[in-house]
Design a binder for this molecule. Sequence first.
Ligand SMILES: *Cc1c(COP(=O)(O)O)cnc(C)c1O
Length: 414
Amino acid sequence: MPPTCSQCGGFLLPPHKWRDAMSDNWKPKTKLVHAGSRRSQYGEVSEAIYLTQGFVYDTAEAAEARFVKSGDDEFIYARYGNPTVRMFEERIAALEGAEDAFATASGMAAVNGAVFSALKAGDHVVSAKALFGSCLYIIETLLPRFGVEVSFVDGTDLNQWRAAVRPDTKLCFLEALSNPTLEVIDIAGVADIAHAAGALLMVDNVFATPIFQRTLALGADVVIYSATKHIDGQGRCLGGVVLGQRDFIRNVLEPYLKHTGGALSPFNAWVMLKGLETLDLRCHAQADTALVLAETLEGHAKLARTIYPALASHPQQALAARQMEKAGTVLSLDIKGGQAGAFRFLNALRIILISNNLGDTKSLVTHPATTTHQRLTGEQRAGLGITDGLVRVSVGLEDVDDLLADIQNALAQV
Ligand SMILES: *Cc1c(COP(=O)(O)O)cnc(C)c1O
């Protein structure tokens, strides 16, 4: 039992401190359900939504003291922190094995905060070239506007990383599994190169998920999630989070984020917090289905290629097996017949919905060349392996047989 108040009998706040002492030994599934919980004097089972922007102080002296230094359970303003947001941050930090975390309004607020807070004019960045569109915009277009020089490399080729880092390189940036071609990057290998150059390694880990890849343990310094994807997992809210060492989170990232306004809403934090409770179950079920689909569909007469990192045909299968517990919840199919073939396939699907989100309980399909990667030139797309027939399938929680029948039926119409 947690310690109780001698006057009112309620649990002494913050009970998470009592839990934290034990939670280091908990397995991930237990952490996802209990870590970071803060219980009010009412002893609620489900975490409360503290839908408040501000906090009151007993005295002027107390207000002054809190602005000088706030304790773990002392909040000032929801742009800086909020109890529900803090529960989400502490729960995901416990899962990831991170010293600390800062939650943000979206995945892009997390990427923006992490990247801009770590850099200044004159710095150099090395980035993998296969990036989510908005990440590419920040690194390729925004950073140079502020005097940061950027070199792009093929993320899968460690020699290119080695050749690109320089004494003024401050940051290496990559997506652990690239979108939509699912290239796997050697995190430990890039971490060694980054650290030898004195640079931070930041990893956008959305596709690998916090369940399948221990990205900090592999050597990354900062891990970023769009919580909009698997963490919500049910298509409701935008959110994001940055995880890393306490010094980076509190002394580099927090001053940037709290003054620039990318804070996560307490309501959305609550949705994400509850999403974490089922994250492990959902990711495993979705990845198991993705594997069955990939194995069954590979070699289908209407497919030029089936891309899934657990397939023997995947160029980094051995690395994926070493680095990830499972190969993720997304697979990509290169449909014969180019864009026309891909469109016929999409339009014939009955269960799998056409949408550009991923990580959802509902299976979703995207045609990157005409949607998420439309702004790239044909040459850029070709360089990233994004053919006109390529479709990305985010596998949901539906029955595997129904999904397989839906895909096979749609392929038959190509
Ligand atoms: C979706 C996504 C983002 C952006 O997240 P939002 O929550 O949409 O802002 C960043 N990186 C990757 C890899 C993503 O899939």
